[in-house]
Ligand binder design. Structure first.
Ligand code: ATP
Ligand code: MG
Length: 412
């Protein structure tokens, strides 16, 4: 098999920024799903700067604290010398942990589970102290997902330990203790949602308030165009395609590499040249296709798990917050200009008889955190991604009554 290196576009600046930040800080790395977080972590991992030891792990499959420590050990092991493994600090650590190595995999026995916190402290302590003063960076992908799973398992067996929160607190304590320890947290679920549930909505930011927040944006125009050009050429489809059309592919995909790649793959399956019309038709098809190849339905489905809770309306009926969030999105999807808090609130009031200006503000803030909306410097809100907005209008069937609605908004 020929191994083709994956070509990464437009991430040089953010990589530089991350390396600089890592000299002093740990990082909470966020973005909407599929924007390219894992790709950036891969880049950090595959070419570490001098003076850094980079340990990458995808935590998606981990669902207990002990497994997490096992993973830390196994991902760190390749950086440890044979001598240290045989007679040095690692072998001593190993005695403490009562670990066993089977077929090259390190494993701490189950009966140690109850002491996991001490084990985590001892393990990371040993890793940080035993190198030449290098900065040790743990890149933890899908960390929120792991925390959520650990928590779910615990709740399912009526456990009260709240291990997920304890893991977060322990990691924070370790960051304070070791001057050469850094962590990068990322994942496709927003960490704030998981922290919300494991901290029972109190002190939500405490476990991460020492970390720098870095948001990964879609690609800039030029690298996105380069990416389109590259992928069309790879599919033997670039001849005769105008620059305008290529730029349009990038912008209709909101400069998100994942969608660009997918769209070009689909376009290349046609036995005809790539024209603007073909691009428009294909996107129109994707946005209405039941098989939902791009998993856009996810943006709607997750509302009920993201925005939990209810509020009583004027008739003392319970209204789900997720429905109010949806009403705000419906409103923003149909208007062409960014909307003020009061315009959004008016639209909520026209759908529900609630007195909820503060709730509207809270939801707007969260909709920004979850990358549905963006806020401009005047304080007004609009959809972050045009593709998602287009999908939303179609999926919610909004276009049919858009005229009626827009009249109402003009009056408001
Ligand atoms: N900068 C880039 N240049 C080229 N291709 C990219 C780039 N970033 C992402 N991709 C492509 O998009 C796909 C999705 O990116 P990636 O898995 O990094 O996103 P993610 O943000 O980690 O997604 P998720 O939220 O689902 O974990 C990758 O498999 C890759 O093919
Ligand atoms: Mg990822």
């Amino acid at each position: 098999m020929v191994y083709v290196m994956k070509k990464v576009f437009g991430r040089r600046n953010i990589l530089e920024r991350i390396w600089k930040l890592l000299l002093n800080d740990s990082i909470l790395f966020t973005a909407e799903r599929r924007v390219g977080k894992t790709t950036v972590l891969d880049e950090l991992n595959s070419a570490p700067k001098k003076g850094f030891i980079v340990i990458y792990s995808d935590l998606e499959k981990i669902d207990s604290p002990l497994e997490f420590i096992n993973d830390v050990l196994n991902k760190t092991a390749p950086f440890i010398s044979q001598k240290d493994k045989a007679t040095g600090w690692f072998s001593k650590l190993w005695e403490t942990l009562e670990g066993a190595e089977v077929g090259g995999v390190f494993k701490i026995p189950e009966h140690k589970e109850k002491d996991w916190k001490t084990l985590l402290l001892v393990t990371i302590d040993a890793i940080c102290k035993n190198n030449n003063g290098d900065i040790v960076v743990f890149l933890w992908d899908e960390l929120p997902y792991m925390l959520q799973k650990i928590n779910e398992h615990e709740v399912a067996r009526d456990g009260v330990e709240n291990s997920s929160l304890q893991i977060m607190d322990t990691l924070r304590a370790l960051r304070q203790e070791h001057a050469n320890l850094r962590m990068v947290f990322t994942g496709s679920i927003g960490l704030h949602h998981v922290l919300n549930s494991i901290t029972k909505e109190t002190y939500v930011s405490a476990p991460i308030n020492d970390m720098e927040k870095v948001e990964l944006k879609p690609l800039d125009k030029e690298p996105a165009y380069e990416m389109v050009k590259f992928h069309l050429a790879k599919e033997n489809k670039s001849s005769g395609v105008k620059r305008e059309t290529m730029e349009n592919i990038a912008s209709q995909c909101d400069f998100i590499p994942f969608y660009i790649e997918k769209l070009i793959r689909r376009l290349s399956l046609y036995d005809k040249p790539v024209t603007q019309k073909l691009v428009d038709d294909e996107i129109a098809y994707i946005l209405t296709d039941n098989s939902d190849d791009w998993e856009l339905e996810h943006f709607r489905n997750r509302l009920s798990s993201y925005y939990k809770g209810e509020i009583a309306d004027a008739n003392n009926r319970k209204i789900k917050k997720s429905l109010i969030a949806k009403a705000i999105l419906n409103h923003c999807a149909m208007v062409t200009t960014p909307q003020s808090i009061d315009q959004c609130y008016q639209s909520v009031k026209s759908d529900f008889s609630i007195d909820g200006r503060d709730l509207t503000i809270e939801l707007l803030k969260n909709l920004v955190k979850d990358h549905y909306l963006q806020r401009d410097t005047k304080g007004n809100y609009q959809f972050y991604f045009s593709l998602i907005r287009r999908w939303w209008v179609l999926a919610e069937g909004l276009s049919e009554f858009s005229e009626v609605k827009s009249e109402r908004y003009n009056d408001a």
